[in-house]
Design a binder for this molecule. Structure first.
Ligand SMILES: Nc1ncnc2c1ncn2[C@@H]1O[C@H](COP(=O)(O)OP(=O)(O)O)[C@@H](O)[C@H]1O
Ligand SMILES: [Mg+2]
Length: 250
């Protein structure tokens, strides 16, 4: 689904990411861990193709096609979807209308329908009339991001800290829909959707199973492997051990 090789990225003339290799197969979910400021959101934005994030080396291949120089719009049309860490408020654009556009652009059938999907995420019709993210609570912003993904049904989805600033009930609710979006209700061999779950604390991993984890340290991948083992180490010792591994590799 996604193949990143030897990627280096600059933001405002400063190199933030380097030597990034990442291979995500169809039907698998990867998790990206790492301390604040390690470059997780930068990688997310680079895969999405935001102009400010300049690729200075390497390439990003999506569904076999080199997307390194494609616009964000083109990438999204190819099937990349995202849930932002801090999405902007859009005054004058109703959530209902944004959902309509996202669903229409996807060209896919919606089942169950939008009202039912909204209700699952605890939004009533009145809420859908509100301007996107304007005055939404932290939990409402994250649920709105996931609802938009349900409307869009992308093939590869990146979630940037879907569990940050969200209470336990909301994380469980979000996780249920994240599982639906990533085909977790199907047997592993039958899954088509892939995901990259960025999480600082790993809390959402109590509810969403990941196949592989990567630790980003100072703009480089320090280690990749079994999510449970890596998380256990980080929970015990923090990211201290990751610094040593990073020094060993790079
Ligand atoms: N627009 C920018 N201009 C300059 N530096 C930036 C910009 N955006 C991010 N950075 C820097 O890139 C590094 C990685 O940030 P980020 O990707 O947000 O980390 P994370 O998501 O892991 O917390 C930080 O040192 C941050 O200050
Ligand atoms: Mg971030």
């Amino acid at each position: 689904m996604l193949e990143i090789t030897d990627l280096a990225v600059k933001v405002n003339e400063k190199e933030i990411l380097s030597d990034i290799d990442l291979y995500i197969d169809e039907g698998t979910t990867h998790v990206l861990l790492g301390p604040n400021g390690s470059g997780k959101s930068t990688l997310f934005m680079s895969i999405l193709g935001f102009p400010k994030y300049k690729v200075t080396n390497g390439e990003i291949i999506f569904k076999g096609e080199d997307i390194t120089n494609l616009s964000t719009t083109e990438r999204v049309k190819m099937g990349i979807g995202v849930s932002f860490q801090n999405p902007p408020s859009i005054r004058g654009v109703k959530l209902k209308d944004l959902l309509k556009i996202e669903h229409h652009e996807s060209g896919k059938e919606l089942s169950p329908d939008m009202t039912e999907l909204s209700n699952k995420l605890k939004f009533d019709d009145k809420f859908l009339e509100r301007d996107v993210n304007l005055g939404f609570s932290g939990g409402e912003v994250k649920r709105s991001e996931v609802l938009q993904l349900l409307a869009q049904q992308p093939d590869f989805i990146m979630f940037d800290e879907p569990d940050s600033g969200v209470d336990i009930e909301n994380v469980e609710l979000l996780a249920e829909e994240v599982n639906t979006l990533l085909d977790k209700d199907k047997k592993p061999g039958l899954r088509k959707k892939s995901g990259l779950l960025i999480t600082h604390l790993g809390y959402i991993l109590n509810f969403v199973a990941a196949d592989t984890a990567h630790v980003l340290m100072d703009g480089k991948i320090a280690c990749s492997g079994n999510p449970n083992e890596i998380l256990e180490d980080i929970r015990k010792e923090g990211f201290k051990g990751c610094v040593e591994c990073c020094n060993l590799i790079h």
